[in-house]
Structures are given as C-alpha cells and as structure tokens.
Design a protein around this ligand. Structure first.
Ligand code: ADP
Length: 490
C-alpha cells in the first residue's frame, strides 16, 4: 500500500454521471425531416421538369408556327394577287379574303401604304392597330431586306408582304394566333401544380413509411438504453434487418451494457472487499485502544507497542482511503500530470528503500539490475506510485523463495524498460486481461505482506495511459509474472 505525502486535501466535486433525456422537445422528428426533405426535392424536380417542358413546348410551337405561316403566307399572297375566282364575283375581295382566312385558319387583311384597311373592310380592328401594324410590317421588311417577312407580332405569328393590288402597292398581313399555345401552356401549368400536390402527398406517405421503418427500431433501442441507464443489465439490443448502422449501434450498446455490468459487479465486489479491509484495522484500533485503557496504560513499554499498532492500522486505513480517492481523481481527470525530468535509476533506488523493512524483518530479497543514469520525463509522484504498486504486488505474489527481481535496462535508443519479476503462481491467461480492471481481485484469498485494495493495477494502468507509456505483463502459471513499463529516454 502506498504511503504518500498528500498535498491536496479538498475533495473535488463529483464528476458528471447524470443521464440526461432532455433536448427532445427542440428537435424535429425524423418523419418531419424526411418528409420536408423528400417533398422539397420531389417538388423541385417536378417544377424543373415543368419549366423545361414549357420552354421546349414554346420553342417547338413557335418553330412550327413560323414555318406554317411562311408557307401559308406565300400561297395566300399568290391567291390574292391572282384575284378571286369567278364564283366569288370578280371584285369580291372581301368575301375572298374571309374565305382564305377560314380555309387556312389564319387572319388575313390588306393595308394600303398609309396604313388604311383595304380588305376585308369589316375586319374589325381599330385604326391605330392598323397604323401600328403597317409600321411593324415595314420595319420587318426593311430588317429582313425582302418583299416578305415572318415575325412574332402581338399574340400571333405574322407573315407580312408587299403585294400589288388594284395597281397600287399594298401590304398583306397573314397572322396565326398563338392562342392555342397559350391555352396549352396554361393547361400544362395546371397539370404541373396538380402533379406537385400529388407528389407532396405521395412523399408524405413514403416518408411516414420510411420514417416508421427507421424510427421504430431506434425508439426500441432508446427505450432499452433507458432501462440500461436505470440499471437493468439484462436488456439485449438488436439491430437486425435494419441496415448496417443500426446493427453497429446495437452492437455498441451491447458492448456498453457488458462494460457497465462488469463495472457494476466489480464495484459491488469492491464495496465488499473495501468494507472488509476497513473493518480489520478498525477492529484492531478499537481493540488496542481498549487494551491501553484497561490493561497496558500503566506499563509504558506495552502501551507504546499497542499505541504503535494503532498508528500502523490507522496508516493502513488512510492509505486505503487515499487509493480509492486517487483512482477516482486520476480517472476523472482532476489530477493533472506534472511532467518533469527525472533520473529513474536514482528514483528506483528510493522506491526500493521503502521496502527495506520487508527485507530486514521478513527475509524478502530484492535483486536489482539497473543501468546508470536513465532519465525520462514524467510525473515523479505518480510514477513512484506505479513502481511501488508493481513491486508491492511482486512481493505479495512471489513464491516461497521470497525473491523479487527488479530491472531497469536500456532497450534501444529511445526507450528503457522497467521490469519486476516474481517467482509466484503466475496469472492464468484468462485472468490477465481482467487484472487491470478497477476493483478486480483474484478470487483466491491471499495473505499479503503489502496491503492491497484491488485498485493497485487499475491505478497503474490509468497513470501509464495518461503518460502514454507502453506497459504490460507476461506470466507463466507456476513460474511467476513479469510486469513491465517502457519509459521514453531523454
Ligand atoms: P490487489 O493486489 O490489491 O488485489 P491489484 O490491482 O494490485 O490489486 O491487482 C489485481 C489482481 O491482479 C490481484 O488481485 C491479483 O489477482 C493479480 N495480480 C497482480 N499482480 C500479480 C502478480 N505479481 N502475480 C500474480 N497475480 C497478480
């Protein structure tokens, strides 16, 4: 058992170990998130598709319309220039133009150079409209440098041309209305909107299906995790058939359950062990105190002997308490490492000298083989604890010969190795991984010269892991064990 000068007396606040189920209200459900995301994507796709379709429809409709109007325009122009056939009556241009309009399904009229309507006289637009149109036709003819031009007018595709009618230059307007295109487009818009609504409804159904499929196993896992947090270590987590991630989650939770169960079991064992270890010195202290009071008080020699026993037992109790506190401090990260350069060869001598009383009074033999001047950078007090615990264990578990071999040797340029070997019963291979665990103590009762709490190796492991120093144990049942640590050399 370690004897230390303890600097810090205050107990730090207990580290957090609360299980919190809060933060739930703020976050949206998976169903809602899925629904929003899938709906948004689906609607975006539908809209994009609608817009592309619309653009393509407009383009192809206009292409068609311009080709059609160009062909029809030329035919109509020829027909007008040839004049109405006999059955219309020689000069019945009005009737003939109406006839052409109907036959070709276009709007046909002729303007004179000033923009006044020539035929058919009942066409029905206002004078300003005709004025505007004559300007447009002229401009388009000039632009396209010819006697005819095809262009997009106001709501229609137009074939405009100069013609010779009644011996004067006139202008022919043949227009194909874009009305049909507008109607198709607006129908398409309505269809796209309906499709969007439909898609949103479908994604609602799909999302709730998918979310249910995902959420059910998750809620099941979370319910079980809660049970686990409440201390039920019999829960079993499954992630079957729900995908790799859920299977992995279930595996991790099962692992956590096993670890928690192990810690819980060991903690209970510790309480049993520690209370036993507390009880023995307390009984002794009480016994010897009563003895001083009733019997040996008057005999200074006996009184001193009994008082010394009380002091020793009180020391043991103090170390026990210190070990329990130490471990919890180191593990919770409250105790910081104070790294300093340290001469390990000299320090090992110092630690070994603490065992001198065992050599002198109980015949233990410490065989040391150390290289000189091995220096490392570490927390001296804590490494002292490591060395003390490992050597103390070797003393406790070594064989009848009461020998403990300690060595400190250069390993290679960057490391040196501390090793302590005993000649005891060794450790069974199946127990090796457990000995570093908190509270683990071999089941066999063992009488030890150095007091132990079952926390020693756990403290060693925690300290060395904090330093990042490699360490381990090799052991052969019946022959003994070697515990070693590799220190980086400076
Ligand atoms: P303690 O020695 O107080 O029981 P430790 O944490 O130091 O606690 O050791 C844990 C367990 O590891 C011991 O109970 C013992 O079973 C085993 N152990 C440790 N060192 C040795 C050793 N040198 N030889 C055999 N067993 C050992």
């Amino acid at each position: 058992m370690t004897k230390r000068t303890r600097k810090e007396k205050k107990t730090a606040p207990t580290p957090r170990r609360r299980v919190s189920f809060r933060r739930r209200q703020q976050s949206a459900s998976i169903f809602f998130l899925l629904w929003t995301v899938i709906s948004a994507i689906a609607v975006a796709v539908v809209l994009l598709f609608g817009l592309t379709q619309r653009a393509m429809l407009v383009r192809s409709y206009k292409d068609e319309a311009s080709k059609e109007i160009a062909v029809k325009g030329v035919e109509i122009k020829q027909a007008i220039e040839q004049g109405p056939p006999d059955n219309f009556g020689n000069n019945n241009y009005n009737g003939y133009l109406h006839f052409l309009s109907r036959t070709y399904n276009v709007n046909v009229y002729v303007l004179d150079e000033r923009g006044a309507l020539v035929h058919p006289q009942d066409f029905g637009l206002s004078e300003t409209d005709y004025q505007k149109e004559i300007d447009t036709i002229r401009a388009q003819l000039a632009k396209q440098a010819g006697n005819s031009a095809v262009y997009e007018g106001d709501g229609e595709y137009v074939y405009g041309a100069k013609i010779n009618l009644h011996g004067a230059t006139s202008y022919l307007h043949v227009g194909k209305s874009l009305q049909l295109m507008e109607t198709s487009l607006s129908r398409m818009g309505t269809r796209t909107a309906l499709l969007s609504v439909f898609v949103v409804l479908v994604t609602f159904a799909v999302s709730s299906g998918v979310a249910g499929w995902l959420v059910n196993p998750l809620s099941e896992l979370s319910q079980k995790a809660r049970k686990l947090a409440e201390g039920d270590f019999d829960v079993d987590f499954y992630g079957n058939d729900y995908g790799r991630e859920l299977v992995e989650l279930a595996e991790s939770l099962n692992f956590a359950r096993d670890e928690l169960a192990k810690t819980d079991r060991m903690q209970k064992e510790l309480i049993a062990n520690v209370s036993h270890d507390f009880k023995t010195p307390l009984t002794m202290i009480k016994g010897y105190a009563s003895m001083i009071k009733e019997i040996s008080g008057g005999n200074p020699e006996k009184r001193d002997k009994h008082a010394q026993i009380i002091i020793d037992e009180a020391d043991r109790l103090a170390s026990l308490v210190a070990d329990v506190l130490d471990l919890s401090k180191i593990r919770s990260g409250i105790a910081r490492l104070e790294l300093r350069e340290m001469d390990m060869t000299a320090y090992l001598d110092e630690v070994l000298s603490r065992f001198a009383y065992l050599r002198d009074s109980q015949g233990y033999e410490f065989i040391l083989d150390a290289d000189e001047g091995l220096v490392t950078r570490a927390d001296e007090l804590k490494i002292g604890q490591v060395l003390y615990n490992l050597i103390g264990n070797a003393v406790n578990y070594t064989g009848e010969d009461k020998r403990v071999y300690v060595s400190l040797k250069k390993e290679n340029g960057s490391f040196f190795r501390f090793a302590v070997t005993d000649t005891g019963k060794g450790i069974k291979p199946e127990e090796i991984k457990d000995i570093w665990d908190r509270y683990y103590r071999s089941s066999e009762a063992h009488k030890r010269p150095v007091q132990g709490t079952g926390l020693g190796l756990s403290i060693v492991k925690t300290i060395l892991e904090k330093h990042g120093f490699p360490f381990g144990v090799t052991s052969e049942v019946g022959k003994g064990s070697t515990f070693y640590v590799l220190f980086p050399s400076l």
